[in-house]
Design a protein around this ligand. Structure first.
Ligand SMILES: Cc1cc2nc3c(=O)[nH]c(=O)nc-3n(C[C@H](O)[C@H](O)[C@H](O)COP(=O)(O)O)c2cc1C
Length: 205
């Protein structure tokens, strides 16, 4: 866990619970060292670039957290630099709760899951909405040719902090894309065995 992440999320109430639970001392060590915003390393960049979805929590002016799913082709979240992500925001149900919340408060939490490998990455950042019709370079960076969605805007995330979680309690799940090679292999083997069986039946008859 980075010092920055602790500084952003270990509020007095959180620290108080840690104190009661006996974990405070272990977490306190690096907390008071001033830390710049985190920079993505190779593992984080590769992990994000391999995702086909994530969850994004924004803050409503009513005080409620708001969680929404975003999905797209694998790699639709682009790592623009060590400190910046971007993705195309597709047209949906026209409620605009997330982008409306972000207009009030740019802070958002992101949750990237890799169910197949039982890994998860949490990230905090400030998000700005960009009109891609006025920014050819960013539109090219965030576009995925051939993906059937209407892109309404670009969302650019200035990363503040991130943290990896342990794999505990993550049940493995596989997408059709991930499981198809294994199924194809089995289908091939079944076809081979059916061929052998037919040949043997021919010999017996
Ligand atoms: C026609 C249509 C209907 C949708 N209906 C819902 C819905 O009822 N609830 C929901 O959470 N998402 C729905 N979605 C997906 C959301 O529109 C999409 O996740 C969008 O990004 C939500 O953004 P927001 O929650 O930030 O407003 C729908 C998408 C489409 C295209």
């Amino acid at each position: 866990m980075t010092a920055r992440y602790r500084q952003q999320l270990f509020t007095p109430a959180v620290k108080s619970v840690q104190e009661t639970a006996g974990s405070r001392r272990a977490y306190a060590r690096t907390e008071d060292v001033p830390a710049d915003a985190d920079r993505l390393g190779g593992p984080e960049a590769a992990f994000i670039a391999a995702r086909d979805s994530f969850y994004m929590a924004t803050i409503s002016a009513s005080g409620w957290p708001y969680l929404q799913h975003r999905g797209g082709p694998r790699g639709f979240v682009k790592v623009l630099s060590e400190r910046r992500l971007g993705f195309a925001d597709y047209r949906g149900n026209l409620q605009y709760v997330s982008v409306g919340n972000l207009a009030d408060d740019a802070r958002a939490a992101f949750f990237f899951m890799d169910y197949a490998n039982r890994a998860r990455l949490k990230l905090l950042g400030r998000v700005r909405s960009v009109d891609l019709t006025a920014d050819d370079e960013l539109r090219a960076s965030l576009s995925d040719d051939g993906y059937g969605a209407v892109v309404e805007r670009g969302l650019v995330v200035d990363i503040d902090a991130f943290d990896w979680n342990c794999p505990q309690h993550i049940v493995e799940r596989f997408t059709i894309e991930e499981i198809t090679p294994a199924i194809d292999q089995l289908k091939g083997r079944i076809a081979e065995l059916e061929g052998e069986l037919a040949a043997l039946r021919g010999k017996v008859a």
